[in-house]
Design a protein around this ligand. Structure first.
Ligand code: HEM
Length: 458
């Protein structure tokens, strides 16, 4: 039987799996824009742990259970392609990035890139990150601050320093402006590079970024540096050959994309919950002062374990990467359901991380659920899917956790903070997790008295 293909080449013949195609043309897209997480829960409750859906001009199957996530993401039978699954979103703007590679090519590049995420490299980044945070986290205390925007600017500055090794303000501004335009291309309304429209502007920005960095590769190969770009220029494959220039540039872009929105979103959510739960804000602040205000040394990082619990819990309640995509490349079966080759599939991370089936009182902010003896995230294999699973598991996880600790430590030792509107958090979730009001907060400077009350502050 001939394959009936959709706009993105996906196999549309999925009617044998229960689900709901929504409205003509747009399917259920609007529902995702209104609240991604609620759509997942409604569909799961109506159709179970695997169902058919239609949104973003695609018909696809969603896996909404740890077992489903395991089947798709660990993919021990090699049924799925990440490259084809992400192509409708990243194919134009971020082709050939690590997330968009499959099988052996992915394995070789991932192995080569491991070196830039090893402990020695991470320690080097911590110096650069601390420097950026010290310089860029001086916020006003006499007026309302939109913390999301501030955290975004801070994350960009940290990325410029630690990931790209940029130290000239002019270059930072040039790259960041283009990077924002490039990122907007992911959700371009017209998915063709029509001159003047979003995707065309994004591709032009991409080219300008690549041509800014390309001439620097040779010089960076001649020296050592603490930043990730310089380290990537030295990365070698399993035969000892340097990664080609194009691969270095693509991977740099991929890392920037994967880290920017996720880190800003997750930090905003963590701040929101710390403002809602002042007992946790105080608890972390006291710990930070025990470790010592000022730049966070590598030994200090290991002592901020409760900062990490808060960050994980914030990301669990509001996952910043709520859906992961793949394309099925050969007929297979999951719990009696036939998954035909060509089917687009999604893993609903948002549902899995918030479901009462897997977590106790899941909408309650309760960081200790991750600690001994409860360890709820280990109740079932593959239930902690926040950073993905299998071959494409987030390579930057430790970097992200370090950034979170460095930023929270700085914030907590410098300011106390409260929400201007202390109600429920309202979010845009597509294309990225952004608080609707920009996370309006009031900051109060921490006095010396509070410092010494908290512990051994410098
Ligand atoms: C809160 C922060 C973050 C979250 C929640 C997150 C989440 C994820 C997830 C779920 C994946 C798997 C994607 C898939 O299976 O298709 C992934 C992959 C990836 N992440 Fe992260 N990430 C975060 C931060 C970072 C940071 C800071 C970096 C880099 C500095 C990074 C770099 C990457 C890269 C390069 C991949 C692709 C890995 C591969 O395909 O082999 N991420 N991330």
């Amino acid at each position: 039987m001939a394959l009936k293909a959709g706009l993105h080449g996906e196999n549309l013949q999925l009617a044998h799996i229960p689900g709901n195609d929504g409205w003509p043309l747009i399917g259920n897209t609007l529902k995702f824009f209104i609240n991604t997480y609620d759509v997942g829960a409604q569909f799961h409750d109506a159709y179970g742990e695997i169902y058919r859906n239609r949104a973003f001009f695609m018909r696809f199957l969603t896996f909404a259970s740890p077992e489903g996530a395991d089947f798709v993401l660990r993919d021990t039978e090699k049924n799925f392609s990440a490259k084809l699954g992400w192509a409708p979103f990243l194919g134009n703007t971020y082709p050939e990035t690590l997330q968009m590679l499959d099988a052996d090519v992915h394995r070789v590049h991932r192995q080569a890139m491991n070196v830039v995420f090893q402990p020695a490299a991470i320690a080097g980044y911590s110096l650069l990150l601390n420097r950026a945070v010290e310089e860029k986290s001086n916020w006003p205390t006499n007026r309302i601050v939109r913390m999301y925007d501030e955290l975004k600017a801070l994350t960009l500055a940290m990325n410029a320093e630690a990931l790209m090794g940029l130290d000239i303000e002019r270059d930072v501004a040039y790259i960041m402006e283009r990077f924002i335009t490039l990122d907007k291309g992911i959700a371009a309304l017209v998915p063709y590079p029509v001159p003047g429209l979003g995707l065309w502007r994004a591709l032009r920005a991409r080219n300008e970024i690549l041509e800014h960095f390309r001439p620097q590769i040779a010089a960076r190969r001649e020296r050592v540096g603490n930043d990730l770009f310089t380290r990537l220029c030295h990365a070698v494959d399993e035969n000892g050959a340097l990664l080609p220039d194009d691969a270095v540039l693509n991977h740099l872009l991929g890392i920037l994309r994967a880290s920017a929105e996720t880190t800003t979103g997750a930090l905003s959510i963590a701040m929101y919950y710390l403002a809602r739960h002042l007992e946790w804000q105080e608890r972390l602040r006291a710990r930070s002062f025990e470790v010592g205000a000022g730049p966070l040394q590598p030994e200090g990082l290991t002592k901020l374990d409760e900062h990490e619990l808060v960050f994980l819990e914030a990301m669990r309640i509001v996952p910043v990467a709520p859906m992961l995509f793949r394309r099925c490349v050969k007929d297979c079966e999951f719990k009696g359901n036939r998954i035909p080759a060509g089917a687009q599939v999604a893993v609903d991370v948002g549902y899995i991380l918030r479901s009462p089936l897997y977590w106790t009182d899941p909408m309650r902010f309760d960081p200790m659920r991750f600690a001994e003896p409860r360890m709820e995230h280990k109740r079932r294999r593959s239930q902690w899917v926040n950073f993905g699973l299998g071959a494409h598991f987030c390579i930057g996880q430790f970097f992200a956790l370090m950034v979170a600790k460095i930023v929270l430590h700085r914030l907590l030792t410098k300011y106390s903070f409260e929400l201007v509107d202390p109600g429920e958090l309202k979010l845009y979730t597509v294309p990225a997790t952004v608080p609707k009001d920009g996370l309006r907060m009031r900051l109060t400077a921490i006095g010396r008295a509070a410092e010494s009350a908290g512990g051994k502050a410098a």
